[in-house]
Ligand binder design. Structure first.
Ligand code: GUN
Length: 291
């Protein structure tokens, strides 16, 4: 058996068109959604992410700005900037790209963002609202995973979903979403992490297996239940001398062995990645409507 490939690029493109037409409608009423992205320092991966976010804003018709600050920026300077963005009625959404330089406390920064402009859904207010089933925003990567499942006929309702990884950005909020009694959720969820004794035992129970631990190709075919749907959130750089860049991108799933066992699987790249950024656009649009 060879699994169906879940085409995140295509699904993201469909959602992009839906968002672009909503943005157009809003613009006709004189409202232009605006995303402010803050980048502190010169982390090359962050620069690529931030550039892609700006490009996507343009593609859906939103306005955007990227505010670049030097790596030596003090926490108070960043707090002042966020205060200004919070107070600016033209700014719909604020995203502070992580990681931040070590002199800046990420928690303090996340806490300073107006929860109704928090398009990452990282503010504890929004994490709490999500957890009690009253979400203001949905966190981008978990929302992308949920949307991929729904749009590839793999509704998690009534299924056993096993998530590997307990990060604040993916594992925890995704578990929180999928256990809700709501559309695209209502799942029995197990979360595995570095404290899990027998990872393979748990992964083999999964109807839906979500790999989000940030370790290259750990989930192999023999850890997957035949017919399971596999979503790979990982994005790892692995040294590869045959590539010009010296590395290749790979997920947390060993794709070649997994695709022989799963019924459907996301590739890396081209699976979850394109969905995350489109969900950010969806949140920016939502932010306008919340105001
Ligand atoms: N760094 C890596 N992923 C993300 C993300 O989703 N949001 C922010 N703000 N920073 C990130």
């Amino acid at each position: 058996m060879s699994a169906a490939i879940i085409d995140g690029k295509k699904i993201a493109e469909d959602i992009k068109n839906e968002i672009a037409s909503e943005v157009l409608k809003l613009k006709q009423t004189g409202v232009v959604p605006h995303l402010s992205v803050v980048l502190v320092g010169d982390n090359p991966a962050s620069e690529v992410y931030v550039r892609n976010k700006g490009k996507m804003c343009e593609e859906v018709g939103m306005s955007h700005e990227t505010i670049k600050l030097p790596v030596s920026t003090f926490q108070d300077e960043l707090l002042t900037l966020i205060g200004e963005l919070n107070a600016n009625p033209k700014v719909s959404g604020i995203l502070v790209q992580l990681p931040l330089p070590k002199q800046i406390n990420e928690s303090v920064i996340i806490n300073s963002i107006d929860p109704f402009k928090d398009v990452d859904c990282f503010h504890p207010f929004n994490v709490g609202k999500l957890s009690i089933g009253e979400p203001v925003f949905l966190p981008c990567t978990p929302a992308g995973v949920q949307e991929l499942l729904l749009r590839s006929n793999a509704d998690p309702s009534g299924k056993h979903t096993v998530i590997v990884g307990r990060s604040n950005i993916v594992g925890k909020p995704l578990a929180s979403m999928l256990i809700q009694k709501s559309k695209g959720a209502n799942s029995t969820v197990t979360v595995c992490h570095t404290g899990t004794k027998d990872l393979s035992y748990h992964t083999k129970q999964a109807d839906i297996l979500i790999a989000a631990m940030g370790q290259a190709e750990v989930i192999r075919g023999d850890m997957i239940k035949p017919g399971a749907v596999v979503i790979d959130v990982g994005m790892n750089r692995v040294a590869d001398a045959s590539k010009k860049s010296g590395f290749r991108l790979t997920g947390d799933v060993h794709f070649d062995s997994a695709k022989e066992v799963a019924s459907a699987i996301t590739p890396v790249p081209g699976g979850v990645g394109p969905m995350t950024i489109i969900m950010l656009m969806k949140n920016t649009l939502k932010a306008v409507l919340k105001k």
